[in-house]
Design a protein around this ligand. Structure first.
Ligand code: GLU
Length: 482
């Protein structure tokens, strides 16, 4: 069996259950499906598996739609079909269950877990087939079980797993509809895939154990099973499966930190797959051109947040300045920004944006880089203060103030020359001489290039901040030593 190609009408699907924040693993599955659909000129179906009414919430569904759209997968794209909702297919699920029963491929069962355990002597054993030939009809409380073939093997075509074979005698007679008549996931999922004419089921490895059962259902319902591809599990730096209790897994959280959607897409595409030639950072179209689900590795994939962040830095630097400014926008305003709308100055931001662009890896880092421009007082980092305000800072700052007060024009180059000259007077190289000025004005020892920053901040505010620092140093000197 081959990888999806343009010779067949490829229909893939992403079938999330809206039971929580949108997991990066789900995003990876969606993208791999999207890439297959794009590559083959096929269709990507979005099916929301919303049958677990107790756990589903409409806002999670909206969250999935928004997150997919942020990554480029949306209904306006001709590759996209849906969303369909599993709950709207209940009639078909019931009809399929009825058909399997009528054909003798399924039977009703009234055994409790305890009954089975008492017979087998093992509370964890699978179902023992007790009701197989009892000929029970439906009654409330009776589950419908699939009659698994006694002999033979179930062969599954899996493009990632090398076509696993499952002996049928190891597959219990599994439940397909509960005692209240409602179909279970295994059946609903298959019936929907059949209804949506899915040709390739590409999903997370955790569903591999379901696959022989689902393959049997496809066959019993008289349809040609799909080609499967089970994507490798995603793990953290301790090689543990990513879990929402332990790890940051919500796609939304990464976007809210300022990972660009394009960087996220690129990074997610590498979780279990490599585009070749040792290349990693590539435009999505090129990733799609190279993508083949048969090349996905079955070994677990490490979700490396550091690497993702570094990737993002590359994407940030590759933006045009205008796009960078636009991408920063959410962090420049309430509620993410620590300054008010009145304090914010778009022109000043635009002036320093090219300097900031080379320094931020996450867009959220923008605020600490530019807050000195907008807040009335710089955010003072006490450690930076202690480091920079050692002698001779108390003598140097008044000299710097005097030099800057008279400086013309107020531009980065003359500012640099003036501070260089003041430093020389105190026997300091520029690096050391500018530290007290930087901390006085920005509050921190690290930040954007100082003299460009001062140029944008303006003379008046620069001098006021140096004055405040001089006063603070004088107060400290006047206090009795402890
Ligand atoms: N709703 C299932 C899940 O979110 C989908 C399983 C599948 O892709 O077949 O895990």
């Amino acid at each position: 069996m081959t990888s999806p190609s343009s010779s067949t009408q490829v229909r893939v699907r992403f079938a999330p259950s809206p039971t929580g924040m949108f997991h990066v693993g789900g995003a990876r599955s969606a993208l791999f499906n999207w890439a297959v659909a794009k590559r083959s000129g096929g269709t990507f179906v979005l099916r929301v598996e919303d049958t677990d009414a107790a756990r589903n919430k409409p806002e999670w569904t909206q969250g999935i739609l928004d997150a997919l759209a942020a990554l480029g997968m949306h209904a306006e794209d001709p590759t996209f079909e849906g969303p369909y909702f599993q709950s709207q297919n209940a009639g078909l699920h019931a009809e399929a269950a009825g058909r399997l029963f009528e054909a003798g491929r399924a039977y009703y069962c009234d055994c409790t877990r305890e009954d089975v355990a008492a017979r087998t002597g093992n509370p964890h054993s699978g179902y023992d087939g007790f009701c197989r030939d009892r000929g029970l009809d439906y009654a409330p409380g009776r589950a419908l079980r699939f009659r698994t073939p006694d002999e033979g093997e179930t062969h599954v075509v899996d493009l990632v797993r090398g076509n696993p074979v499952f002996p049928n005698d190891a597959i219990e007679d599994f439940v397909i509809a509960r005692g209240d008549g409602s179909p279970v996931f295994l059946l609903a999922n298959v019936v929907d895939d059949m209804d949506e004419r899915i040709t390739h089921v590409i999903r997370g490895e955790e569903h591999l154990p379901n696959t022989p059962k689902q393959q049997l259902l496809w066959e019993a319902l008289g349809a040609t099973p799909p080609v499967w591809a089970h994507l490798p599990v995603i793990v953290n730096e301790k090689r543990q499966k990513l879990s929402k209790r332990r790890d940051k897994v919500a796609l939304e959280d990464y976007l809210a930190d300022g990972i660009l959607p394009e960087a996220m897409v690129n990074y997610l595409m590498l979780l279990g797959w490599a585009p070749g030639n040792d290349e990693e950072i590539l435009p999505f179209d090129e990733l799609v051109r190279r993508f083949d689900v048969a090349d996905v590795n079955s070994a677990s994939a490490f979700f490396d947040v550091k690497k993702l962040t570094a990737f993002n830095g590359e994407y940030v630097r590759a933006l045009s300045v205008e796009d960078f400014v636009a991408a920063c926008d959410p962090w420049l305003h309430t509620p993410r920004a620590p300054w008010t709308e009145e304090q914010f100055d778009a022109e000043a931001f635009a002036a320093v944006a090219p300097l900031a662009q080379t320094r931020v890896a996450l867009l959220s880092e923008i605020t600490t880089n530019v807050d000195f421009l907008f807040l009335d007082e710089p955010v003072r980092d006490e450690q930076s203060w202690a480091k920079a305000m050692k002698p001779p800072a108390a003598e140097l700052l008044p000299d710097a103030r005097a030099a800057l007060a008279a400086l013309e024009p107020w531009e980065a180059e003359p500012l640099k020359d003036a501070v260089t000259a003041v430093g020389e007077k105190h026997g300091l190289k520029l690096g050391k001489a500018q530290a007290p000025v930087r901390v006085a004005v920005t509050g921190r020892t690290v930040g954007l290039p100082l003299f460009e920053s001062l140029q944008v901040l303006g003379r008046e505010r620069t001098l006021a901040r140096i004055d405040a620092a001089i006063a603070r140093l004088a107060d400290a000197a006047a206090e009795p030593a402890e």
